[in-house]
Design a protein. Structure first.
Length: 282
């Protein structure tokens, strides 16, 4: 049997199983409420968050959006079934909900910060999505879940005896490698799934370097937290462990955003003119 992505077989004690199921329902219910509210706000009142128009974006009609979301849900469900078989129901739910909220909130904060703070001059925004989590399409949140799950699972198979830091780092590198292929395609004129706004000092394949740094850090940090979750469950129970996980994720959100600002300004100070590390003109 393949090694688990993280050491989270999370055997919830029998007497704690009802509490774990309650935590799972609460966490998923909260995500559902945010998704429904965000979707209504995004489509019915786009002016509230100054959502840019999607004029001229290929395949942005309702049928395309619903089909794309359905495809993301299908892939996420397959990964969730594998995660459930590997980690158990509680562990799989924490991985899904944690990764979904972690990336959705990080993307949203960076998008809105750039949109409403003139000092940043804009960052980026997503153009496609039927269902939304704040200002991030649900399909992007689910995509991050199944790419993160695939990356850390493969890392666990490749280095099953390595420590958590090594496995988390390898998972982050694998996810970043996948993103190197995905982003140039999705931001091309043929798709325009999202739009980069501000000129950045260093780009890789026309994508800001901070994007790939962010991918590595998000997967690396998330894998480390998931690796530590079983101990929290054993000591404090599933409810308090879930509070710890999401609290730690919020703290990481703030730290990573602050790091992005520092990195962007440092690159602008040392790179006199924008640089695009490109292959075949991409």
């Amino acid at each position: 049997m393949a090694a688990p992505a993280v050491r989270l077989a999370t055997p919830v004690a029998p007497d704690a199983a009802p509490a774990a199921r309650g935590v799972e329902r609460t966490v998923l219910g909260c995500l559902a409420v945010v998704v429904v509210a965000s979707t209504v706000l995004h489509h019915a009142a786009p002016a509230v968050l100054a959502v840019p128009p999607d004029d001229g974006v290929p395949r942005s009609g309702w049928l395309w959006l619903v089909a794309a979301d359905a495809g993301a849900v299908a892939l996420a469900w397959l990964c969730f079934r594998h995660a459930r078989a590997t980690l158990g129901p509680y562990g799989a739910t924490m991985f899904l909900a944690g990764s979904f909220a972690f990336t959705g909130l990080e993307e949203t904060l960076w998008i809105l910060w750039g949109r409403f703070d003139p000092r940043l001059g804009g960052t980026y925004y997503f153009t496609k999505g039927f269902a939304w989590f704040l200002e991030t399409p649900v399909s992007a949140c689910l995509g991050w879940f199944f790419l993160a799950w695939a990356s850390v699972t493969v890392a666990g198979v490749l280095v099953p005896r390595a420590g958590g830091v090594v496995r988390a780092a390898l998972g982050g590198l694998l996810a970043t490698d996948l993103d190197l292929w995905i982003d140039p395609v999705q931001t091309s004129a043929a798709h325009r799934s999202w739009v980069w706004l501000a000129p950045t000092p260093v780009r890789v394949l026309s994508i800001p370097l901070t994007n790939f740094v962010g991918w590595f850090l998000l997967v690396f940090c998330f894998a480390l937290l998931m690796d530590a979750l079983p101990g929290r469950v054993a000591r404090h129970g599933p409810a308090r462990a879930a509070w710890w996980l999401f609290g730690a994720l919020l703290a990481l959100e703030a730290a990573i955003l602050a790091g992005f600002v520092v990195l962007t300004r440092a690159l602008a100070a040392v790179v006199p003119a924008p640089v695009n590390l490109t292959v075949l003109g991409i």
